[in-house]
Write a protein that binds this ligand. Structure first.
Ligand code: FES
Length: 574
């Protein structure tokens, strides 16, 4: 809870001039240039982040949401103050949005801390933006409510329902295989993302929004309302009003995002067959609060909790269908026996209260019952083995059952450029039974751990009709992708991990049941190879600026890829 003696409103966080009363006088004098009255300025101040950007269509509705959130703040007796922070869009971030997530987290944290606000409404939605905001808010630790921007509506083409970006990848694969032509792929580029909002499959953005709701950091139902619906605007107004109440209560992120709340969020991650990326992001958010996410406990949750949500890429439907099936409150009700429903929410109530408000939607088939699951045995599985001493991840629910136990020859790509140059070559020595290996694509190696783990099927195999192969890397993959893909191998090869020791033709064994990924090479041979291993050359430009900070400080996937200096020295491992 907030210290009741701490200064509030305009008096909080004064600029340093050596005279606090002068600092307040100056602040008041300057802000009056905006036309505010003393009455307005004496009310609780609610900061509202503005992450609108012409480069970020996933945040295209942010201006309308801000207007509605401000209305909610005013109706509840507060004073809304909008302020900008960085915005990150997936396809407009070079080299990768993940490289910039920690920069946005630093920006959000410091802007919350630097400016006077009694609570803050965080509005975002694209993959890295909500995680970055939560990381920043966890560290700033003032009363905070999240308002996701919400998912897009589905697209349509030739009688087929389309969703970004699972269908972007599927249709691009068809184009590569010569099954659709240039004219059709051009038409499709206008139909895959038909409205503002976040990707409407259970990709990273939707996964994170659902987990935020399970954490208790947004209003019940707020994860899934489509971005363009009137209900989304009403949720914004309600979030603004809730922020005023939250400011009065003094309830901070550390009171809500407890170890039990993270466990609830990770349980939801398994039950929705969600994005692999979410595990990295929530490890980072928890780390900011001194909480260690135990990968093996997460794996055990997967064995207990069935996948119940029938959404692409694991299933058939899209976020708007999930919403009309009752959304998160209905899912939480279905998995309540796996949850700690006493955890607190930004509403002032508990998770049990959110579940009590769940609608019963007759005939819906999108959120299954535990008796009729989409899959059992875990949406995501954590692997160990001599290739991944600190762990790796596979999205079982989006992988091929026939490849869950597989042994094959390694076909190694030394980085993204090498893969781009050779993957589609007619000379590439590759068969459908081989294991494609991509390295130097991790947090330091790439840099920024791009979503390159979804290694395309080599063109000559794609043209023979091969749809899936075992693919392994130290990269991430989009939450919208599918396939038998082992990701987040830690430590990464550029940090000296054993992935860097694999050679073409080595045998690799994947055994998902045993949770193992192993290189079938003797320890003695690996020791020799380690002596001969040469660390990759530094990235151009890494001697200065943000790139230098990033490569010096970024942690590995199992630690959330946060900056080491942002995490408390000791984490609660209990
Ligand atoms: Fe922004 Fe998918 S690209 S959510």
């Amino acid at each position: 809870m907030t210290d009741p003696k701490a200064p509030t409103g305009l008096r909080a966080g004064l600029a340093t001039y050596g005279d606090a009363e002068f600092s307040l006088f100056l602040r008041r004098a300057f802000i009056k240039a905006m036309g505010y009255t003393d009455d307005a300025l004496d009310r609780p101040i609610i900061g509202i982040t503005n992450t609108f950007s012409d480069f970020n269509p996933c945040h295209g509705n942010v201006p309308e949401l801000i207007v509605a959130a401000k209305r909610g703040v005013l109706l509840a007796g507060g004073m809304p103050m909008e302020f900008p922070t960085i915005s990150i869009a997936e396809s407009f971030s070079h080299p990768t949005s993940m490289f910039l997530r920690n920069l946005m987290a630093l920006d959000t944290e410091e802007m919350i801390r630097a400016q006077p606000m009694d609570a803050v409404v965080l509005i975002a939605g694209c993959d890295k933006t909500l995680p970055a905001q939560l990381m920043g808010a966890a560290s700033a630790n003032i009363p905070t409510i999240v308002l996701p921007t919400g998912p897009m509506l589905v697209g349509h083409h030739q009688g087929e329902v389309l969703g970004a970006c699972t269908d972007c990848r599927r249709l691009w694969g068809k184009f590569r295989a010569g099954e659709i032509d240039e004219a059709e792929i051009d038409i499709l580029s206008g139909r895959l993302a038909p409205t503002k909002g976040t990707c409407m499959v259970m990709g990273t953005a939707s996964t994170v929004a659902c987990m935020v709701e399970a954490l208790g950091m947004c209003l019940p139902g707020a994860a899934s309302i489509p971005a363009t619906h009137a209900d989304r605007i009403r949720a914004a107004e309600a979030s603004g009003a809730a922020a005023v109440r939250l400011a009065a209560s003094g309830r901070k992120p550390s009171d809500i995002m407890t170890k039990a709340a993270f466990r609830n969020a990770l349980t939801v991650l398994q039950a929705i067959g969600g994005s692999t990326n979410a595990l990295i992001h929530f490890t980072a958010v928890a780390g900011r609060l001194g909480i260690k996410i135990d990968l093996d406990e997460f794996d055990r949750l997967g064995l207990e909790v069935p996948v119940l949500v029938d959404l692409k890429p694991s299933g058939d439907h899209y976020m708007e269908h999930f919403h009309w099936a009752g959304g998160m409150p209905v899912l939480l009700r279905e998995i309540a026996s796996h949850l700690d429903v006493s955890t607190l929410s930004v509403t002032g109530g508990t998770l049990a209260d959110a579940i009590a408000g769940a609608e019963t939607v007759r005939g819906q088939t999108v959120i299954r019952t535990a008796a009729n699951p989409i899959a059992v045995g875990g949406g995501l599985a954590v692997l160990h083995g001599n290739l991944a001493p600190s762990g790796a991840l596979i999205k079982r629910s989006a992988a091929s059952e026939t490849l869950m136990h597989h042994q094959g020859r390694a076909v190694v790509f030394d980085g993204l450029e090498d893969m781009a140059n050779r993957l589609d070559s007619a000379e590439l020595d590759v068969t459908a039974d081989d294991v494609l290996v991509l390295r130097n694509a991790g947090p330091i190696g790439a840099p920024g751990m791009p979503e390159a783990g979804y290694i395309p099927i080599p063109r000559k195999l794609a043209r023979q009709g091969v749809k899936d192969m075992v693919r392994i890397s130290d990269a991430r993959m989009s939450g919208t992708a599918f396939g038998t893909i082992v990701l987040h191998i830690a430590p990464e090869s550029a940090a000296g991990g054993p992935l860097g020791l694999v050679r073409n033709g080595d045998l690799i064994k994947l055994d998902v049941t045993a949770r193992r990924i192993d290189l079938l090479v003797s320890d003695a041979e690996l020791a020799d190879r380690r002596v001969a291993w040469v660390k990759p050359a530094p990235h151009p430009g890494s001697d200065r600026g943000y790139l230098r900070l990033y490569v010096e400080q970024v942690t590995q996937a199992d630690s959330g890829c946060d900056f080491a200096f942002c995490v408390p020295a000791s984490l609660d491992q209990s």
